[in-house]
Design a binder for this molecule. Structure first.
Ligand SMILES: *Cc1c(COP(=O)(O)O)cnc(C)c1O
Length: 460
């Protein structure tokens, strides 16, 4: 069945020129960048799919909000507008703006965790894991096993494995579990959604053991839209009603607003009713971020965030957003290019292991495909696989990741159907000459989070 592209529910009012270098120029640029896409200058990239974080295009209303932003140090209008939006959309009593998602984690997690404690999640995002570990606690991922099979098409591959969650709670003791984190959508599993049923079941388990449940809410709107499309009984509910229900099962959330809230910078903490916890968060926000009524953001950022929260849950917009992914995925299906299926909410995670079976994990197939995409069409992507995972901290040996993905993360409201076709054409053309693609070796790496900075070279 031919998947039709869902036309944009907006038109273009301002443009940002981009340029296409020649293949020879791109080959020279990526060599100068030591074969690491993070080292490229953005102006040498034609289509930038490195991340969907903070790369969104704001609307005319949001830009008007930039002008109207109240820059008062304390008690500004934009702050109250943001609080009203959070109450209205999520139904939580308390909200704290912060400068981005990891700042929310920094403020909140030390209050819940510490030495000897555990955080259990359907999957911790890397900064979330880092803040769990910085508190002295350990992070345990507990996603359903279906997530590990890229070709298995089931509707909610982001779900928590609730049976295993129960067992982990029994094993470590409920008093040792500082928090359970539900990441919606499940970013690290490929933007895969979590169902309401799974959210509810996880919440019941947490309540039974008196454990706090926190939503990592970066892609809350995309997750709600998947529920509307896929979960029986929700097809006639509005996305806003679905969001209210999801959040009613949790005690708090952290949010990177750089994703579904369609801004370039911002974050939030939401707390349902625990006044004491909120008061502790306010104290820490003042030390780390700034006074509570701006939380490390400008008034204009608060204003555009308050507007973006509503634009991000607009159903015409979400239909177009999901439609872009489905269109790209359908073109890849036609050509036999494998990816984490069904396609997730914020991008396509191409299965580089299956496209480049001759490249072993320690020569980084996901990275090799990323370099090929840049050389082929000026497309910047990144590895979500063994290159990103790094070495075992004890033995120093390269770890083998469960997946070798190349992630094409699609910015919101930025690229058109023609750009999506260029992505598909580039992948298809690389697949046709896959056996000529070489693996990579690292020539220099820093001790932590190496993928951002490492130097590499192709293997002869
Ligand atoms: C991006 C992201 C974060 C961290 O947010 P930043 O705004 O980048 O600090 C946390 N969790 C998830 C699921 C994310 O996607």
């Amino acid at each position: 069945m031919k998947v039709k592209y869902v036309a944009e529910p907006f038109r273009i009012k301002m443009v940002e020129p981009i340029k296409m270098l020649t293949r020879e120029e791109r080959e020279a640029r990526i060599a100068e960048a030591k074969y690491n896409p993070f080292n490229l200058r953005a102006e040498d990239v034609y289509i930038d799919l490195l991340t969907d974080s903070g790369t969104n295009a704001m609307s005319e209303d949001q830009w008007a909000g930039v002008i109207k932003g109240d820059e008062a140090y304390a008690g500004g209008k934009s702050y109250y507008k943001l609080l009203d939006a959070v109450k209205d959309i999520f139904g939580y009593k308390y909200a704290q703006p912060v400068h981005q998602g990891r700042a929310a984690e920094k403020v909140l997690f030390q209050l819940l965790l510490g030495e000897g404690k555990y955080s259990i999640s359907n999957m911790h995002f890397d900064t979330t894991r880092a803040h769990v570990e910085l508190s002295g606690a350990r992070a345990i991922d507990c996603v359903v096993p279906e997530a590990a099979d890229p070709s298995l098409r089931v509707p909610f591959k982001g779900n928590m494995d609730t049976e295993r969650l129960q067992k982990l709670i029994e094993k470590y003791g409920a008093d040792k579990i500082g928090v359970v984190v539900m990441t919606i959508t499940n970013n690290s599993a490929g933007g895969q959604p979590v169902s309401i049923a799974n959210m509810k079941e996880t919440s019941e388990i947490c309540k039974k053991h008196n454990i706090k449940l926190c939503i990592d809410a970066a892609r809350f709107a995309e997750n709600a839209y998947f529920i509307k499309r896929r979960e029986p009984g929700y097809e006639n509910k509005s996305v806003k009603e679905i969001i209210k229900e999801i959040f009613s099962y949790a005690d708090m959330f952290t949010m990177s607003a750089k994703k579904d809230a369609i801004v370039n910078m911002g974050g939030l903490i939401g707390i349902k009713e625990d006044e004491n916890l909120f008061s502790l968060c306010k104290g820490r926000t003042i030390s780390f971020e700034g006074f509570i009524t701006y939380g490390g953001l400008s008034g204009r950022d608060l204003e555009s965030l308050a507007i973006g929260l509503y634009e991000g849950i607009d159903e015409d917009y979400l239909k177009y957003r999901a439609g872009q992914m489905e269109y790209l995925a359908a073109r890849l299906d036609e050509a036999g290019v494998a990816y984490q299926a069904p396609v997730g909410g914020h991008g396509v995670f191409v299965d580089a292991k299956s496209m480049l079976p001759h490249i072993p994990y320690y020569e980084f197939p996901g990275h090799a495909l990323a370099i090929e995409l840049y050389k082929e069409a000026g497309i910047r992507t990144c590895d979500i696989g063994s290159f990103m995972l790094g070495n075992d901290p004890d033995t120093g040996k390269q770890l083998e990741a469960n997946f070798e993905f190349t992630r094409l993360a699609i910015a919101r409201r930025v690229y058109t159907q023609a750009h999506i076709d260029i992505m598909a054409d580039a992948l298809i053309s690389i697949k046709e000459k896959a056996d000529t693609v070489k693996g990579y070796k690292i020539t220099w790496e820093p001790p932590i989070l190496r993928h951002f900075q490492a130097s590499l070279e192709p293997i002869k």
